[in-house]
Design a protein around this ligand. Structure first.
Ligand code: SF4
Length: 694
């Protein structure tokens, strides 16, 4: 920590890392940030924080920040620093020419879950209101899009059902495909506190994560499933609940769609879904799975928390549906201590989805095919909204390779580093005639850009983030934008250069437009947020101070809908050449591709990505602790150092993806979730062998 002196003022704002959404006091001396102090009145964190939010803000002043706009005619030319006006006109003229030549659907946008709700709303408005197409997608595509689909189909809304406080009333917690200790540390602390008070824990994860056995915490059951078999495990739990008579029949009769329940009962009762029948497939001992299902069904208030280990699979949406089925079967929904809770990775994944970033949905999850929803925006914006859903990120890249998608505005997202199948992403970007990167740093995607627009950090702007519990938190400007404009202003300037007449002077006006057009945000304004600290949507006339618990009286869609969850094996198979399975995750001190945390002192705690290997798998290949290891898959290969640990099951290896040298996405496949195209980052067949180093 660099102590800058005694602060003379402080500003309450929100951490820009994970989906917990901790509140901080940014303590300032003049225009210098002295330190970030966890805010004791923050409703998501109550004065707690982790090392990322507390210390990893130095990137805002890192010399790598690009502070001048840059352009170039071709990507093999050097960048030219230019004025904002020249850069924006250059970008606008190119985009207009592309639409004139190739059609209005030839360009699009990618929004970021790191940006504010207001910025995200403006980027999708740029696509729908200025480009006149629905080619808008978000980096939530590659993390929690299956949550949107799965919870939308079963419950009618794409969001976690509980507030974080709810964990204090839970008796049984099932954590599946999530590692809260590293990914959501402040929530993990609250969870561990409840476990120490006696709540029981079920962990479903291929790794023996910290929660399975750490200080004063021991899971009642750890189901170390083989990567890619979530659906089989969750369906087997439902089979036990149904065949052993552990269902909450009164809840099902009163709250759920009986026709869908009858179909589901017939499906799930089949002996082929029993724990014994799937034991070989999943690698989970049948007795352990049965015991876990019984505990979940009859252990009192039971809650489920899940993460990307659920969603980032070819059956990510099916597993989310299966989890939703479990909660309905047992009546564990609609009150404190229960529920289904996606742990959102990035600070504003929830908000990014809420704001209409997906190509088929307007803000508030209203499908673009519905004329009445389009009309709200048509009347307000004075344009005709395209009724056809636009392109998802992978479809944009495919269309670029095919020559029909030509221009992209990408805000706050490094798709070359974070999206799967790096070679294909590069080919798509290289085929475009106008790539605009709007970011803090010259990221990997910028190698293929024609325009670079400097971004602003969370310290430099006003707005809101929505955390994993639907809590809308204020982000407050702590210092002036280092590159002149906040991100929302840059999007507005680009829209104006394209001919739009937007006239926002403050993000509060954007939020007013969001509230006026989005029923679940109807009651949200900055004055209310200042008064209450934060609110959870829906916040409207029916719930003027927000909604901590969802689906209390009925589901958003009316009756909860059961959906059959047939297990379908991923096309990614192990074999003699690639006999191991690779899965990926994060560690506490770093964050995603590390663009920010690598530019802070946090890097000292984790200077490189390691490959975790079970000692048996290492020994049979002559690999020792700390050795260089070549990691290869059908897609590519990379080199990392070995970390031998029995946290891993034999046959499964694990790495993080915080350092660009690792190039984890050179290894991953291009398989994706059947419903949403969320990439299957969590299952890659690999081989490992000793190496002399990179
Ligand atoms: Fe809180 Fe997450 Fe930020 Fe850590 S990274 S301080 S847990 S919001």
């Amino acid at each position: 920590v660099v102590e800058m002196g005694t602060p003379d003022r402080s500003v309450v704002t929100t951490c820009a890392y994970c989906g917990v959404g901790c509140s901080f006091k940014a303590e300032m001396k003049g225009n210098e940030l002295v330190r970030m102090v966890p805010y004791k009145h923050g409703k998501a964190n109550r004065g707690h924080s982790c090392v990322k939010g507390r210390f990893a803000y130095g990137y805002a002043h890192h010399p790598d920040r690009i502070l001048s706009p840059m352009i170039r005619d071709r990507i093999d030319e050097p960048w030219r620093e230019v004025s904002w006006e020249e850069a924006l006109n250059f970008a606008a003229q190119r985009l207009k020419r592309l639409q004139a030549t190739y059609g209005r659907r030839s360009i699009g946008v990618i929004t970021s879950s790191r940006c504010t709700n207001e910025e995200t709303y403006l980027v999708q408005k740029l696509a729908r209101g200025v480009f006149l197409n629905n080619n808008t997608d978000t980096c939530a595509r590659v993390c929690h899009s299956p949550t949107g689909y799965g919870l939308g189909q079963t419950y009618g809304t794409s969001a976690g059902t509980q507030d974080f406080d709810s964990v204090e009333k839970t008796d049984v917690v099932m954590v599946i495909g999530a590692n809260p200790t590293d990914g959501h540390p402040v929530f993990a602390s609250r969870l561990k506190k409840r476990l120490r008070q006696g709540a029981k824990l079920i962990v479903v994860d291929p790794r023996r994560i910290d929660l399975v056995r750490s200080a004063h915490v021991e899971a009642a059951h750890h189901l170390p499933l083989r990567p890619g078999t979530n659906v089989a495990v969750v369906t087997a739990m439902a089979h036990v609940i149904v065949t052993e008579g552990l269902t909450d029949d009164a809840f099902i009769r009163a709250r759920c769609d009986t026709e869908s329940f009858a179909d589901y009962m017939e499906f799930v009762s089949d002996p082929r879904h029993s724990p014994e029948a799937v034991e070989t497939l999943t690698g989970v001992p049948a007795a352990e799975l049965r015991a876990a299902a019984r505990l979940y069904a009859k252990g009192g208030n039971a809650s489920i928390y899940y993460g990307l280990g659920v969603t980032e699979h070819s059956q990510g949406s099916t597993t989310v549906i299966g989890i939703a089925n479990l909660a309905m079967l047992t009546g564990n929904i609609g009150r404190e201590g229960v529920g289904v809770n996606p742990l959102r990775g990035q600070n504003n994944v929830q908000g990014s989805c809420d704001m209409g970033s997906f190509p088929h949905e307007l803000p508030g999850y209203r499908h673009v095919k519905h004329a009445d929803a389009r009309k709200i925006y048509e009347d307000l914006w004075g344009v005709e909204i395209d009724p056809e859903p636009g392109l998802r990120i992978p479809n944009m890249l495919d269309a670029a390779v095919d020559g029909t998608f030509k221009g992209l505005y990408c805000q706050g997202e490094d798709i070359l580093q974070s999206d799967p199948d790096t070679k294909h992403v590069a080919a798509g970007l290289a085929a475009m005639e106008c790539v605009i990167v709007h970011d803090l740093f010259l990221n990997e995607t910028a190698n293929y850009a024609h325009v670079f627009l400097p971004g602003s950090s969370f310290l430099e702007k006003d707005g809101t983030f929505t955390n994993a519990e639907r809590r809308i938190n204020r982000v407050r400007r702590v210092m002036a934008p280092r590159a002149t404009y906040a991100d929302w202003e840059v999007t507005q300037l680009l829209a104006q250069a394209m001919g739009a007449t937007w006239t926002y002077t403050h993000p509060s006006q954007i939020m007013a437009e969001i509230a006026a057009t989005t029923p679940s945000f109807a009651g949200v304004d900055y004055a209310l947020l200042d008064e209450l600290g934060s609110v959870q949507w829906p916040c409207n006339e029916a719930a003027p101070e927000g909604t901590p618990l969802m689906h209390v009286e009925g589901f958003k869609r009316g009756k909860g809908r059961f959906i059959v969850t047939e297990y379908v094996a991923t096309d990614e198979r192990t074999g003699p050449r690639f006999p191991l399975l690779l899965t990926t995750g994060r560690i506490l001190s770093q964050y995603n591709v590390g663009a920010q945390t690598r530019r802070t002192a946090n890097t000292a705690w984790h200077p490189e990505d390691l490959l975790e290997i079970h000692p048996h798998d290492a020994e049979t290949r002559g690999i020792k602790e700390g050795d260089w290891v070549r990691l290869s898959s059908r897609s590519g290969e990379t080199t990392l150092r070995a970390a031998l640990t029995d946290r891993m099951s034999p046959g499964v290896v694990y790495t993080t993806f915080h350092h660009p040298d690792t190039q984890a996405n050179v290894i991953t496949t291009d398989y994706s979730d059947w419903a949403t195209n969320c990439p299957e980052y969590k299952v890659t067949a690999v081989q490992i062998s000793p190496s002399n180093g990179p």
